[in-house]
Design a protein around this ligand. Structure first.
Ligand SMILES: [Zn+2]
Length: 300
């Protein structure tokens, strides 16, 4: 059974007092308590159309007090409207071996010749860390996943973090260092924006294996792998999904071996900066779906 967290209202008010826009997460979880667009009743705040959590997040103590009176909600901190960029340093999944996100990030700082930033830092329930920075006034940053390094994500517009004071069955979110929130260091901003630049020089595409396949099928595979490599960073995963789906029918028709297609897309996705795990998951689901939906060749 979940124990009540009497501190969550106070923690939500504390965050709001810093100018951070908060919204309720279901008690004991990391999921928004507000309904999603698919289940929108089009009433109340949504009477003029669905309003998502990023827009409903607030710094208004009255609204927060009213909302938190209903339940011991956890605290979602909408990074975009809060003017924050949070670097999310995760732990390896399920106790897997390998460096933690914090260790990876320390290595990134070292290679950049920069100190590990001393800024407001929170500890996550899983033992990870959140480094808080104020967002730059220039480009609007979105989220990134694995762009800076394995297990190093960033949350800005379109994202949120679970704020200190929240509790989950796995543990509590705490303040590790109550240091002032630093502006996002220029070298980090550069690393985030340079890699979101679609026109940057591209890594050389790994060669599509030569074994087997009809000419049309091989041409499609090569073209789609090139598309994945040319995708803007924010579109990389969507493009991988769409491209793998398009090529999937050739697998269904027996023109290409599934293992060959998987290997080619895996190489293209990783070269574009996606993590190995992201690539595997996206490719698998896109191919499964495509093969399931493939029509006979003459009807395609
Ligand atoms: Zn709604």
């Amino acid at each position: 059974m979940l124990t009540a967290a009497p501190g969550t209202l106070q923690a939500a008010l504390d965050a709001a007092a810093r100018g951070w826009a908060v919204f309720p997460l279901r008690p004991g979880t990391k999921r928004p308590a507000l309904h999603g667009e698919a289940r929108c009743p089009r009433t109340g705040a949504c009477s003029g159309g669905h309003v998502k959590w990023e827009e409903r997040a607030t710094t208004d103590p009255e609204r927060i007090t009213r909302a938190w009176a209903q339940a011991p909600f956890n605290i979602g901190l909408a990074t975009g409207p809060s003017g924050l960029v949070v670097v999310d340093l995760d732990m390896p999944k399920d106790g897997a071996a390998g460096p933690t996100g914090a260790e990876v990030f320390a290595g990134i700082c070292e290679r950049a010749g920069q100190p590990f930033p001393t800024t407001f830092r929170a500890g996550t329930a899983s033992g990870g860390q959140h480094l808080y920075f104020t967002a730059p006034s220039g480009p609007l940053l979105g989220n990134s996943a694995g762009l800076l390094g394995e297990l190093v994500d960033t949350r800005a517009w379109g994202g949120y973090v679970v704020a200190p004071g929240s509790v989950t069955p796995g543990g509590a979110y705490t303040v590790l260092d109550d240091a002032p929130v630093l502006p996002l260091p220029g070298w980090l901003l550069e690393a985030l924006t340079a890699r979101q630049e679609p026109a940057r020089p591209r890594t050389v595409a790994p060669a599509v294996p030569r074994a087997g396949g009809s000419r049309a099928a091989r041409a499609a595979l090569e073209r789609e792998c090139a598309n994945v490599q040319a995708a803007p960073a924010k579109q990389a995963n969507n493009t991988l999904n769409r491209s793998a789906f398009l090529v999937g029918r050739f697998v269904a028709w027996g023109d290409l071996d599934r293992a060959v297609v998987e290997e080619a897309f895996q190489g293209a996705g990783e070269a574009r900066g996606l993590t190995a795990a992201e690539c595997r998951a996206t490719i698998r689901s896109a191919l499964d779906s495509s093969i399931r939906k493939a029509r006979p060749r003459e009807a395609a």
